[in-house]
Design a protein around this ligand. Sequence first.
Ligand SMILES: NC(=O)C1=CN([C@@H]2O[C@H](COP(=O)(O)OP(=O)(O)OC[C@H]3O[C@@H](n4cnc5c(N)ncnc54)[C@H](OP(=O)(O)O)[C@@H]3O)[C@@H](O)[C@H]2O)C=CC1
Ligand SMILES: CC(=O)N[C@@H](CCC(=O)OP(=O)(O)O)C(=O)O
Length: 344
Amino acid sequence: MKVVIVGSTGYSGIELVRLCEQHPHIEIGALISTSAGGETLGEVYPHLSHVHDSLSEWSLDLIASSGEVVFFATPAGVSSQWVPRLAERGLICIDLSGDFRLTDPGEYRSWYGREPAEPRYLEQAVYGLSEWNREAIREASVVANPGCYPTAALTGLLPLLAENVIDPGTVVIDAKSGVSGAGRSAKVPLLFAEVNENVRPYKVDGHQHIPEIELGCRRFAGVDLRVSFTPHLIPMSRGICCTVYAALTGGVTTDDIQALYREHYDEAPFVRLRGPGQWPQTKDVTGSNFCDIGFHVDERTGRVVVLSVIDNLMKGASGQALQNLNIRMGWPETAGLTGSPVYP
Ligand SMILES: NC(=O)C1=CN([C@@H]2O[C@H](COP(=O)(O)OP(=O)(O)OC[C@H]3O[C@@H](n4cnc5c(N)ncnc54)[C@H](OP(=O)(O)O)[C@@H]3O)[C@@H](O)[C@H]2O)C=CC1
Ligand SMILES: CC(=O)N[C@@H](CCC(=O)OP(=O)(O)O)C(=O)O
């Protein structure tokens, strides 16, 4: 099957190129690039020179005629304009940006500061948190791929919320991200000297992933809640670690939590659970589509601490996008995604 990647020279775009090249059922139909259309892929990225020849200028007709699937790996505000037109022409659209993740146009406007996509497309888009929405993804024509922080946070949090073992009013999410999470465009706060030997909290007064996390809790656990969420930028290239704190409801034990995670993720090839006392680290998942989860029941405070780690460009973006295409096409969920993490 031929796929088209839009925004192909961005970080999640080239991660998709790398993954598509290894996929048994996918061929790259076209790589669209606004900044490098007309150049070869090897001129921009020598490490990918063997994968595909040319980068193409933006053209709706070229996208529509070059593949059956289009991935948008573009900043917010781009796909909202183009996905409806491509979906109408019969393409399966998988959008990595936030443009189709929130169903309420007003909420998108207030958190992203932009005009939302047409409401009927917001309603029609299927939220691509793979492990929690497989049935809908199988039928989707537009998949809204989740944000990186919501993927890590919801994968750790949802089983606890769905089984009513935590008090929803007490959920606090502390998250750290590597710098590739901010994309490839040049910005002073992302310079080496600004990031190196530094831990920087940011958007403490409101991050755009807060409504997405809260909507995920409503969608998949049926729980209406308000979360506290604080992201931090840390000096590494890839990886997200979400540490989630919540008060336990009475009498919940380590064994109970271990059992409920096992039950929820029994058939999830990319979610790996740690035993008690084993804490996952970002290096355990680097370069892979895994989400590793560990937890600690703190009897002293009555709280549970959940640790959820992902590679932001893989499970947090391009890896999950491909996992969603696998689900959509009825291919094995792990097709093209079987690579082990890179360590050290
Ligand atoms: N980085 C991450 O970890 C994650 C990112 N995301 C989301 O995925 C999307 C892509 O992120 P990321 O790859 O990091 O971003 P980058 O900034 O690295 O890449 C985005 C690319 O989009 C293209 N582009 C930029 N402006 C426009 C425009 N106006 N119209 C069309 N194309 C444009 C450019 O590629 P070209 O010049 O080749 O066209 C650019 O390199 C974003 O919406 C981001 O929020 C989601 C989860 C995780
Ligand atoms: C480190 C870093 O800056 N990360 C980005 C995550 C980008 C993202 O996934 O956001 P949307 O897809 O919702 O636009 C951020 O915190 O905004």
